[in-house]
Design a protein around this ligand. Structure first.
Ligand code: HDD
Length: 756
């Protein structure tokens, strides 16, 4: 057969790939299929956790690899061809009638190239257009069969491949990463019983309660339609006009105006499924569940001034951070937690669990860790994977189910619908990044860009000609939880939805002083940008209902008197179970103390203390942090010890905001040189103002002080974020510096009294 195959043209070989069945399918689909699932076995052809493997992942390991291998293209050592596979001899010149003559219409090579180029763009996502993604896996800790029959939670150690996309919400595809916004946290689990998409955000609540208001919210937040400004910012009239008329948004607004709206990194933010979902066990029993992702690196944010400057210095800041961390083996990890509670518990809460503007405080239902997710491989191709991935809130698997949250109901419709125009038709599930690891068999056929070659003549059910296949899975398949429903057909909301402020107040009360100060600052900034005074006033009237000190702070910032409170939708909100929830503070999760992939600047010039600079660099490398020798220009500087240091980057190319911490290594001559360069002084000043850790060695003190760095707080106490070391052996001070970097920011400086 092989000899025959070799002698035949390629496409005639096709029949041989499939043997007799392909060459004469005379009995249609009644032929015994090779697929074990159809043959009656409960096994699917591909088990997701087999693909994900076990043990510590190898660098570059990607559980999704195999399924994508069939479409990977590598052109190394290949000749250039047209899309039809015709070798191209000249890719420089179009075909002309004479060297100076007109181009010829018959130039199919030029026409194919231009036509393809002309159609390279697809519509961007209507929200979450700007994003970055990575491959990885989810590993279940213990079987959760008591609560759910979802296959990914069936065994301890079971791994399921995932593809995760992080995004901003309101900016366009090319907008900056560090704008103030919620962040999307969308996870596609390729389980062995189909794809489950957990399409969440880094904020556990949403602006609105009903999907009916989603288009209004998005229209209000996006650039204003007459002049298409501002880009990727809610600081404008239409957003605040809408919000000030939507008191239900008050809770989400508190989160968005907090430092959660400007995360340091996708690796350092939480994720939330937001809605209440259901877990459904084998016996049909169901519990409610809320999903939480917790980053092992802790939750950390940027300073607003830093975020603004980063948008210019590196608009790809979060994309680059995610990419570089994975490339250097610092795999982002998140723990999945579940809050599991019964319907009876939910009934007793002071709030409605079907209202997406409410959280279930952790004091009421603890977050139970159930597994961890590791992101360990960057995509090969941004468009093919990150742009074409289609998440959908309707994609759930047996063992999970929806709740009757009215916001979720709209999402179940909207996501598939949007892909139809974004990805061009009903077959987007066949795009490799979207196609499940589990097999798909049904009678859906044809449509634009169909890839599958469904065989046989049967595309209906019931059938006898296809032996009844594909047959219904019955109880083994997805079954909706048998939830009794009743009631009149109405438009409206349940009573507890009308309490718009209690949890906004809970959030405010749970913040530390510095977080509160930042929230006031964020409101002040956004509302200062608003041009219509009546909108500012309406917002203040709403904030009075959240907390008086908040409203007073914002009013003072705006130079406005405090208006009376906006009348509440309900006069009798239920008494909340708690007034403070420490878990709501960003500082509640400082992380695991590591500084992997943090960026640290070591300032150098001729005459620098080279031994110390190199020792710090080596020490930080041992912690897997990324240090850079920053100089005035590229090339080498000569250390005081005579040795050379290669400058990695310049102050111009990588300004202060691109670093998490700075080292001023000393060396009289170097410090004098650097002190005379404006951008260097500004660099240090900004590090100090942004409350970052600063390590000052020996004679570096004069440079630090000339930039305004103070070694002590005004109380005389040492600033734990400013370390001054005089000794020879810098290894002595390094552990303290590492600890200061792991703590991320030293806000003592900011509040003591406001000095930066
Ligand atoms: Fe949505 C995208 C998250 C409410 C309609 N949404 C989208 C993405 C995320 C979320 C992370 C980007 C997915 C990706 O990376 O491709 N959305 C949420 C959360 C919500 C939410 C956490 C509230 C709990 N969304 C929501 C509602 C609707 C939509 C109420 C409509 C009724 N969302 C969409 C969409 C998008 C989308 C228009 C745009 C692109 C896409 O779906 O694929 O369908």
């Amino acid at each position: 057969t092989q000899e025959l195959a070799a002698a035949m043209p390629y496409n005639l070989n096709k029949a041989l790939e499939h043997g007799e069945i392909a060459s004469c399918p005379e009995k249609g689909q009644t032929i015994e299929p090779s697929d074990p699932a159809i043959a009656g076995s409960t096994l699917t052809e591909t088990i997701a956790s087999e693909k994900a493997g076990a043990g510590d992942p190898r660098p570059g390991f990607n559980p999704g690899n195999e399924s994508l291998d069939r479409v990977r293209v590598d052109s190394s050592e290949r000749i250039l061809t047209t899309n039809q596979g015709v070798p191209v001899s000249d890719n420089q010149n179009s075909l002309k009638a004479g060297y100076r003559g007109p181009a010829l219409l018959e130039d199919f090579i030029l026409r194919e190239k231009l036509t393809h180029f002309d159609h390279e763009r697809i519509p961007e996502r209507v929200v979450h257009a700007r994003g970055s993604a990575a491959h990885g896996y989810f590993e279940c800790y213990e079987p959760l069969s008591k609560y759910t029959r979802a296959s990914l939670f069936a065994e301890g150690g079971k791994r399921t491949p995932v593809f995760v996309r992080f995004s901003t919400v309101f900016g366009e595809r090319g907008s900056a990463d560090t704008v103030r916004d919620a962040r999307g946290f969308a996870v596609k689990f390729y389980t062995d019983e189909g794809n489950w998409d957990l399409v969440g955000n880094n904020i556990p609540v949403f602006f609105i309660q009903d999907a009916m208001k989603f288009p209004d919210l998005v229209h209000a937040a996006k650039p204003e339609p007459h002049f298409a400004m501002p880009q990727a910012s809610t600081a404008h009239d239409t957003f605040w006009d809408f919000i000030s008329l939507m008191p239900e948004s008050m809770h989400m607004l508190m989160w968005a105006m907090s430092d959660r709206g400007i995360p340091r990194s996708y690796r350092m933010m939480q994720g939330f499924g937001v809605h209440t979902f259901r877990l459904v066990a084998e016996d049909g029993k169901s519990q409610f569940v809320k999903f939480h992702w917790r980053p092992l690196a802790g939750t950390h944010s940027l300073d607003w001034d830093e975020a603004v400057k980063l948008a210019g210095a590196d608009p790809d800041f979060h994309r680059r951070d995610l990419w570089e961390a994975i490339e250097c083996g610092v795999y982002p990890e998140y723990e999945l937690g579940m809050q599991i509670f019964s319907e009876a518990q939910a009934e007793a809460f002071s709030f409605d669990v079907l209202d997406a503007t409410k959280i279930v405080p952790e004091e009421l239902v603890a977050v139970q860790p159930v597994g961890k997710m590791v992101l360990n491989r960057n995509p090969d191709n941004f468009f093919a994977e990150t742009e074409q991935v289609a998440f959908c809130a309707a994609h759930i698997v047996p063992g999970l189910d929806f709740s009757s949250d009215p916001l979720l109901a709209g999402r179940i419709h909207s996501y598939v619908d949007t892909q139809l125009s974004r990805l061009g038709g009903p077959n987007f599930h066949e795009i490799p990044i979207n196609s499940p690891v589990a097999q798909t068999h049904n009678n859906q056929r044809d449509g634009m860009h169909r890839q599958a070659i469904n065989r046989g003549r049967v595309a209906y059910e019931p059938n006898s000609l296809g032996g009844g296949c594909p047959f219904q899975a019955g109880a083994a398949g997805f079954t909706s939880f048998r939830e009794p429903v009743g009631g009149d057909k109405v438009r409206g909301k349940a009573e507890r939805f009308a309490d718009h402020y209690t949890q906004a107040t809970l959030f405010w009360n749970s913040q530390t002083p510095v977080e509160k100060a930042h929230i006031v600052r964020a409101f002040r900034f956004e509302l200062t940008r608003v041009q219509t005074p009546a909108i500012r006033e309406r917002m203040l009237a709403l904030l009075v209902n959240v907390a008086n000190d908040l409203a007073e702070g914002v009013a003072a910032g705006l130079g406005m008197p405090l208006p009376p409170a906006q009348p509440r939708a309900t006069q009798n909100p239920a008494v909340p179970e708690i007034d403070v929830s420490p878990a709501l503070s960003l500082f509640a999760r400082p992380g695991n103390g590591g500084i992997r992939a943090r960026r640290i600047a070591i300032l150098v010039a001729d005459g620098v203390e080279g031994v110390a600079a190199r020792a710090v660099s080596a020490g930080l490398a041992r912690e897997e942090a990324v240090s850079r020798f920053v100089g005035v220009r590229l090339g080498r500087v000569q250390g005081a010890d005579g040795g050379n240091i290669e400058v990695d980057v310049t102050f111009e190319a990588m300004p202060s905001v691109l670093f998490d911490a700075v080292v001023i290594p000393g060396g009289e001559q170097a410090m004098t040189t650097l002190g005379n360069v404006g951008p260097v002084v500004e660099f240090i000043r900004e590090q100090y103002r942004h409350c970052k850790p600063i390590l000052v060695l020996g004679a570096g003190k004069s440079l630090a002080e000339s930039a305004g760095v103070k070694l002590t707080l005004s109380s005389g106490e040492p600033d734990p974020g400013v370390l001054h070391f005089q000794g020879e052996n810098v290894d002595v001070v390094l552990p303290q510096f590492v600890e200061a970097i792991a703590a991320h920011r030293h806000f003592e400086r900011e509040l003591d009294p406001p000095r930066v």
